[in-house]
Each structure stands twice: as structure tokens, then as C-alpha cells.
Write a protein that binds this ligand. Sequence first.
Ligand SMILES: Cc1cc2nc3c(=O)[nH]c(=O)nc-3n(C[C@H](O)[C@H](O)[C@H](O)COP(=O)(O)OP(=O)(O)OC[C@H]3O[C@@H](n4cnc5c(N)ncnc54)[C@H](O)[C@@H]3O)c2cc1C
Length: 461
Amino acid sequence: MSAERTKLDEHGPVVVVGAGQAGALLSIYLARHGHDVKVYESRPDLRRVDIDAGRSINLALATRGIVPLIDVGVIDRVDAITIPMRGRMVHAIGEATPQLQRYGSKEHEVIHSVSRTDLNAILLDAAEATGRVTIEFDVALNKVDFDTSLLHLRDAGGDERTAPFGVVFGADGAGSRVRKAIAEAGSGSYETEWLDHDYKELTLAPADDGSHRLDPHALHIWPRGELMVIALANPEGDFTVTLFAPKKTFAALGSTEAINEFFAEQFADFAALVPDLAEQFMENPTGPLGTLRATGWSHQDRAVIVGDAAHAIVPFHGQGMNAAMESVRSLDRHLRDSPGDLATAFANYEAERKPNVDAIADMALGNYIEMRSGVIDEDYVARRAMALDLEQRHPGQLSPRYNMVMFSTMPYADAQQRAAAQAELIGRALSDPELDIDALIAELPDLPNLDPLADPKALSV
Ligand SMILES: Cc1cc2nc3c(=O)[nH]c(=O)nc-3n(C[C@H](O)[C@H](O)[C@H](O)COP(=O)(O)OP(=O)(O)OC[C@H]3O[C@@H](n4cnc5c(N)ncnc54)[C@H](O)[C@@H]3O)c2cc1C
């Protein structure tokens, strides 16, 4: 790694657009390069204004997101607000007792429920604490003008102004204006594949004594074929619940009667816990789900995109934010590796990340099927049991796909390829009991380090 100072501010101010997880994290990394960083965020400061209208919305945090949080020194604060989940609690229809499917047998194989708002607040505090990051809230980017090196901004009151930039980092989410500017400058292109399913978030309130109504240390799933409900616990005793369903199902749920009937039929045990279900359903927004595939993530040495702006994915592997933060770390590494040449750093960053984010985009789509129907399918359960069993016997050769994605930092594309090879062998072994599966697994190349968190000190930048 070179000790040369990154030439980030060669052409003018260093700007990050968007202060979500990717933008806030990136501004901390950029401040470490020794430059002042200006951040524009279109929404109000979530540390001061309740932007989720009183609901607490949470995400699953896993190893790829934890590593950068260790890097930038906020992991202890984040640790204090997370709830570990050790497996999926499957609420099959008509079964009185839900079944826990553990994610793995190792202690570190847990994922963590974390409030989106609280995590963001920690990152924003840490960014400001660098003394180099200035964040302007309620200021939206409208347009990037590369010829004049001006950003066209609009504040919450509708007033427009311009601000100079040297290099602009687009961390402005799935609808990124920076991505649009890169495409308009002829350097990139993108498209979104929309799913035929939407989602809606609901809240399962705490019990009267403030405790959780379900086991907080599991990710609850009600798999129903085309439909699925999931629930993740919050430290306050409530759960954030998400219904995923075809658009036509949402369209049919236009009245209190229809909503109550639907939940009573499909999710009776869950519905019994939420007296104001229909009211919440009517009040809360319905969101679309899509996969954004972009190529050409940068324009010369002037602009680059990161996080959902470059690779928004469907949420079924719980990896969008984790991937976004892993991409931020990768971008930082490439900036340090090519300090005198931003265009090269940006190109190398995309070359490294693009095949991997394409892989997680595909695996996330595949995991929807697994979650909403696979987990109660006999073949899936047998395959999963065999994978976990083989992992015990060949820990350096086999790890289930879910575990490689969630608990390691091996490149997503490698995890995808490896999982396909393993699935093929397990499929053969299940249909042919005579097959010497142990001999075949032993021939697989060694897996990389599957527990990068075992020695967090080794991760520090
Ligand atoms: C239902 C659901 C569940 C999910 N669950 C998980 C999960 O369990 N685990 C996981 O890892 N991921 C999950 N994700 C994905 C995760 O939310 C995203 O991948 C992650 O938030 C991306 O972070 P980001 O910073 O790139 O983008 P965002 O969080 O979208 O942040 C972009 C920021 O830019 C701002 N902005 C936008 N446009 C402008 C503009 N023009 N000017 C200025 N500012 C602008 C926005 O206000 C926002 O603050 C889930 C997503 C959904 C929809």
C-alpha cells in the first residue's frame, strides 16, 4: 500500500451525496485520507427528527457489514444496540409450535438485528467526530454539471443553489442522481428489474410487561409459498414485521374486512398478536422490490457511485446494507492503492465489486424462494441437514451457502460458485446412498478464512 496522499481534492471540494449507511460510512473513510468532506443529505437529520413516523425499522447486520464498522471504530457502540439472532424460527401453517433452524453450529454464526436509524446515527456521529466531515441535511442533489464543476442543489424549502465540487461520491441510494449524471455523461448505464412482489412493514408491539411476544433471538418466518411474513426484534420489546406478497395480493387488500380475513386465513398465529393489524396495514406504505444492475460506476476522476446507488438488490438475503458497506471498504482500499490516480482507483473498485454484487443480487433473488417455501420443503431440509453434517466432518472444505454469504467475507461470486458445486454433490449423494460423498468433498479446494471476526485486530486499516 502506498503512503502517498490520495489526490481526492485536486479539482476542488470532496463531496458525498447521501448520508445513509454507505454515505455516512464513506465520509469517515474519506476523512481518514486527510481531506475535508462535504455531505449533502436530502432528508432531515434523523438524530433530531423522527423520520420513520414512530416505527422502528431494523435490518440484519452480518460479517461483511461488521468488518467496516470495526475498521472505523464504532463496533462497540453498534454492539450495544444489536440483538443476535441464531437461526430462523419457522412458523409453518397449522403447526402450533414454531421450529428453530439454526444458521450454524459455530458461536459466531449469528446475524444481528439493528435499527436502521440508530446505526445511521452512530455513523453520522462518528463522521462528525472526525472534525473533517460537514453534513448539510434537507439538501437534495438535482444535477451534476461536470463542465462547470457545480452541483445543483435544492433545499427543503424549494430554494435552489449551486456548490462547487472536485470529486463527487454518489451514495444517494437506488434512485441515485449521481448515477444518472454518470450515465448522461456517457460513462455508464443501468436498469432495474422490478419484482412482481411488494412489501409492507408492520409493528408487533411488546407484551404488557414490555417483553417480546416472540423469541427475540431468532428471525421469525411465516413461509406461505407465494407469500411470506418475517419479523426481527427491536431492543424496545417490539418486532419489525414485513409482509412480502404479489402485487395482486396487495391490490385485493383494500378494506379492513379483506385484510383481517387474509391474515386470519394465512397468518392466524401472527394476526392474533396484533389487534390493530388492519389499521397499520392501511396506514403504512407499500414498497416495491427491485434489482438495480449498473455498469460504468464512475466518470473519469470526477464521480463514482457506491452502495444501493450502484447495486440495489432485493432484501431476501439480508445483504443490501452489508454489501453496501463492503463496497465502501473496497473503494477505500482502491483509493489507497492508487493514490495518485482516482480514475484507476474507481475502475479497479468496480472491476473487483461488479461480479460480486451481481452474484449477491442473484443469490438474494434465489433466497426468496428458499425463505417463502424452501424452509418447509422436505428436500431443502434434507439438503441443509446434510450440508451442516458434512461441514462438521470437513470444516475446511464445505460451508453452506447461507453461511459463506453471511458469516465470511469470501467474495460473493466465489461463494456462489462454491455453493453450486456443493449443491451438486449433495444432490448426487441424496439420490445415491452408495456415493462416497466424503471422498468427493475432501477433493474440493480449501475454503478461505470463514471467520474473519475471530481476530478483529487484524482487520484494522
Ligand atoms: C424491506 C427491506 C429490508 C431490508 N433488509 C435488509 C437487511 O436485513 N440487511 C441488509 O443488509 N440490507 C437490507 N436491506 C437493504 C438496505 O436497506 C440497503 O441496501 C441499504 O440501506 C443501502 O444503503 P445506502 O446508504 O447505499 O442507501 P440508502 O440507505 O438508500 O441511503 C441513501 C441516502 O441518500 C439520500 N438521498 C437520496 N437521493 C438524494 C439526493 N438526490 N440528494 C441528497 N441525498 C439523497 C437518501 O435520503 C438516503 O439517506 C433492506 C431493504 C429493504 C427495502
